[in-house]
Design a protein around this ligand. Structure first.
Ligand code: 5GP
Length: 257
């Protein structure tokens, strides 16, 4: 890795220059942070699991026509992605009240929302990613109206698909956060899905028990964080059943570098 140029380090991932122009390598760390990085830990194996889960989800989404930055997985912790200009928005889609929506609006966690709701936060760690309105996005030029139309349409399509995908393995998709980027094309640019989709960025509850299978296990000190992520990967068929015993066996990939 030392021979590569690091271009960005985030809380859970590092981006390196890729082997070809227009590509990057996205490295998944084991680091976990919450509450604007006031809470920090290293969770052995989290990066490996998120790399696999995000690969799986991005590939499924490509299959249904959602353009994504994902090109291919390189090894246990890295994937090759398309270089994009990140749109500085965290796009959140909610099906069931939880987290900040419950706090903000006084709706009990677990209450089904009357319809899926898309929210926008400004991607600004120093401000704690504040909730913003569409008007802010246009006024400050963070995205154009046509870009936002595409973002909302893609988000709702992704939500429909992921609700079905997780529902098929007994998991309720409560909410999730996604990010989009601008990919340069010959005649301008197009908006594509970027970043990751993993239990770090989704709320996933077991359908029968409502057990949390996501980053809230870390945020709320519920324990067994990587075990929960392993459970998600196993149910999706990414890990073999036998590898989901107690401690996750993360040597899951035979063709890794
Ligand atoms: P909330 O606004 O309730 O904290 O989060 C809503 C959803 O978006 C949750 O699934 C949460 O995991 C995700 N989310 C919100 N902000 C972030 C963030 O900064 N990083 C990540 N990984 N996920 C986020």
């Amino acid at each position: 890795m030392s021979r590569r140029t690091q271009i960005y380090e985030g809380k859970a991932k590092i981006l390196y220059e890729g082997p070809e122009p227009g590509t990057l390598v996205q490295y998944f760390k084991d680091d976990a942070t919450a509450f604007n990085a006031q809470k920090k830990a290293t969770l052995d194996g989290k990066g490996v699991l998120n790399n696999r889960i995000s690969e799986f989800v991005m590939m499924r989404l490509e299959e249904i026509g959602i353009p994504t930055h994902f090109i291919k997985r390189l090894n246990m912790r890295e994937q090759l992605i398309k270089k994009v200009e990140i749109i500085p928005l965290e796009v959140i889609c909610r099906n069931v009240a939880a987290g900040t929506m419950s706090k903000r609006l006084g709706i009990e966690e677990g209450e089904k929302l009357p319809r899926s709701i898309v929210e926008f936060c400004l991607k600004r760690d120093d401000l704690g990613d504040p909730l913003i309105a569409e008007e802010h996005i246009y006024a400050f030029g963070w995205a154009t109206e046509s870009e936002l139309d595409e973002i909302i349409a893609m988000t709702l399509r992704i939500n429909d698909y992921l609700m079905g995908m997780f529902g098929g393995v007994g998991i309720n998709l409560i909410d999730f956060k996604i990010e989009f980027g601008r990919l340069q094309t010959e005649d301008g640019h197009k908006v594509i899905l970027a970043d990751e989709i993993s239990p770090d960025s989704c709320r996933l509850w077991d359908r029968e028990t409502n057990k949390k299978l996501d980053k809230d296990r870390f945020r709320r000190d519920l324990g067994d964080v990587t075990e929960a992520y392993t459970e998600v990967a196993t149910r999706l068929g990414i890990l073999k059943e036998s590898q989901n015993s107690s401690a996750p066996n993360l040597s899951v990939v035979s063709n890794d570098e």
